[in-house]
Design a protein around this ligand. Structure first.
Ligand code: HEC
Length: 99
């Protein structure tokens, strides 16, 4: 009797599992963005073009931030007079944080 109940439970569990699996749509995870992919812009070229007029590029490269930190620094530089579009700022933050 006990054996039968256990078997019935096992079968029920397996059926639930199978139903659960088959009703789930196949989820394909979005691939992680690779450097430069989000905007298609060259962060290094932007750095050399836009960030060397007030201080040296080396002074920029001496700093280490993550992407969020760089975005904040770049925003700060824009308020000081650096001339970047939103896409250029994003590509540069990505480049500087991943180098
Ligand atoms: C209009 C002039 C100007 C331009 C263009 C400029 N900066 Fe700056 N930057 C400054 C000044 C002024 C300071 C010094 C700020 C201070 O001492 O608080 C500075 C300091 C920095 C620092 C060191 C301070 C910190 O917060 O880590 C970094 C890093 C930096 N800039 C990055 C950049 C980047 C990246 C760019 C290109 C997007 C850029 N800068 C373009 C004026 C500029």
């Amino acid at each position: 009797m006990l054996k039968k109940t256990a078997l019935a439970l096992l079968v029920a569990a397996l059926m639930l599992f199978a139903v659960g699996c088959s009703s789930e749509p196949a989820v394909t995870p979005e691939p992680e963005p690779t450097p430069g992919e989000a905007t298609g812009l060259d962060g290094e070229a932007i750095l050399n073009a836009k960030c060397g007029s007030c201080h040296s590029i080396d002074q920029v490269l001496a700093q280490q931030y993550d992407a969020v930190g760089w975005a904040a620094v770049i925003d700060d530089m824009i308020t000081r007079g650096a001339d970047l579009t939103d896409d250029e700022a994003a590509a540069l933050a990505e480049y500087l944080s991943l180098r």
